[in-house]
Structures are given as C-alpha cells and as structure tokens.
Design a protein around this ligand. Structure first.
Ligand code: MG
Length: 295
C-alpha cells in the first residue's frame, strides 16, 4: 500500500497543473512523504475528519476489475485503492460499485441488462450494509443505502421507453460526488446498448456511450471515463475508433499497462497458484493498519 500511494503521489508531482481539487492535492503532498506511517490517514483528515465523497476514487478503479478475477478481491482492493484519497463511505462505496460494474461487464453480463443491474443492486445491498455507510448517509441526509437507492432509479429509468437528458440529470445527477456520477455512468452504458435518436447511425455502442455521457454535461470527463471503462469491458478494444485513440493522451502507456494487467489477471485462476502473491498483498494491507470491512 505504501509503495502504491507513494508512486501515485509522485506521478501527480510530475504534472500538478491538472485541475485536481485542493483537498486531494493536500493528500497527495502528504502521501509523497517517506515518514508516513499510515497511508490512509491523510485522506481521513480531509473535510474536518469526514473524508471526501468525490468521484476521483471511482474514476480510477477500473484496473482492479481488470486485475482480479475474484469478486471479493475486486471489492476489497477497489475500496482500499479509493481510501487513499476518499475515506467517506459515499466515496469508496462508489469506487466499489464502479469496479463491480466493470467486473460484471467483463464477464459478458451486459448481454442481459436487467440481470446486470439486479446483480449490482444485490452486491451493493451487502456493501452498504454497515455502520459507517448508515452513519455517513444519515449525516449527508441520503437514503439509508444511498447507492442502492440510486441503482433502483437507474432500473426505473432503463425500463422507460423515452428518457430526456434533463430527467437523467435530475434523477441521477452529473456532479462530482460519487453518488451523483457513478450510477449516472452505469445508466449511460445501459441506455446506449441500443441505437439512440440524435446520435450518428454509424456509431456503435461504445461510441454512443461516450457521446451520450458527454451530452449530459456536468463532470463530463469523469462520467465518460467511468462509462467508457464499463462499456470498454463489454465491447472490447476493437470498438474504439482509431481516430479517437490517436486523440488520447497516454494511449501507448495505456496499451502497455493493459497487457500487464491482462497477465496479472491470468495469474489469478480463482484461488489458484498465485495464492502467495495475494497473501503478500493482504499482509501489506494489514501492516498499514487499514480497516478491512469488505466481505
Ligand atoms: Mg472530472
């Protein structure tokens, strides 16, 4: 965990002018210190000890779903990865939800959209069933299980024949809170499985998903990033137009890292030969003193 957080902070310092929020800049500065004994402490200190519920942890969580075949690992590491910067349950639970969406999508679950959303609701019922979540939800005046409540709204919207952009924004949001953007991204993917009025007929599902996410406005880069990760796991790299890839910063790096993640994924045949690697990760995690509430 320490090495991960340290490299994360160093990466930030090579290019700091990227419009990060001030809160997370303070966290990254502390994470780049070698004296840090608990890498999760800087995030906990944010917002008078409440921690951030923004969507930054969710936005960067997809690689956990690409690395671990096992769902329990996906949830566990998505949570820990997000907690480096987002210690409020409404932040890290959003990251777990996003990682689960990529995980199910990777398994082809979007072929059955209703089952896909029902699976996510069932998982989040468990993820949100704890004291921290209830406490944060109460303080922030949200439903008892905030992400489950939003996923029910997603399911209601996807069952309707016509939905306006205004309705999507008012029902699900398009803001910087994880609660107002992760369910929105999931809806974008589901809504764009079929051709949509107002988008070029030549567009495939992946292009529709990205274009539709951007059309919602608000925190467009993050929502399109999350929707793109879920859709990408479903449609595959071939669905991305070459011209779009050429416009992406860091596309070559992404390609190299994707190969590495793919190798890692295949080292983990459901509790198989790399049990040793996993054990070491768990040891590091426990040494860092992180609470591990994810089943
Ligand atoms: Mg953003």
């Amino acid at each position: 965990s320490f090495s991960c957080s340290y490299r994360f902070a160093k990466e930030y310092s090579t290019s700091p002018g990227r419009g990060y929020g001030n809160g997370v800049i303070q966290v990254l500065k502390k994470l780049s210190s070698f004296q840090l004994s608990d890498v999760y402490q800087p995030a906990r200190d944010q917002f008078n000890g409440r921690g951030s519920f923004g969507n930054g942890g969710a936005m960067r969580t997809a690689p956990f779903a690409l690395t671990f075949p096992d769902r329990a690992d996906v949830k566990r590491f998505a949570r820990l990865g997000a907690m480096l910067t987002h210690s409020c349950s409404l932040g890290y639970n959003g990251a777990i939800l996003q990682a689960l969406a990529v995980h199910f999508s990777l398994q082809g679950a979007l072929d059955l959209p209703l089952q896909f959303i029902n699976n996510l609701i069932a998982e989040m019922e468990e993820v949100e069933d704890n004291k921290e979540t209830r406490n944060d939800a109460r303080i922030l005046k949200e439903a008892e299980k905030p992400f489950c409540e939003r996923l029910h709204r997603v399911r209601d919207l996807m069952n309707r024949s016509k939905v306006s952009i205004e309705e999507v924004i008012s029902e699900l949001g398009n803001g910087i809170a994880a609660l107002h953007s992760v369910p929105t991204a999931i809806f974008c993917v589901l809504h764009c499985l079929q051709p949509l009025e107002g988008l070029p007929e030549s567009y495939g599902g992946l292009e529709r998903t990205i274009a539709y996410s951007l059309a919602l406005g608000g925190d467009t880069d993050t929502i399109a990033c999350m929707a793109g990760a879920i859709a990408g796991a479903h449609y595959g790299i071939e669905a991305f137009p070459q011209s779009w890839i050429r416009c992406c910063e860091g596309a070559e790096d992404a390609d190299v890292n994707a190969e590495r993640l793919h190798k890692l994924y295949h080292q983990f045949p459901q509790g198989g030969r790399s049990e040793k690697v996993k054990q070491q990760w768990y040891r590091e995690e426990n040494q860092s003193g992180a609470k591990t509430g994810v089943k």
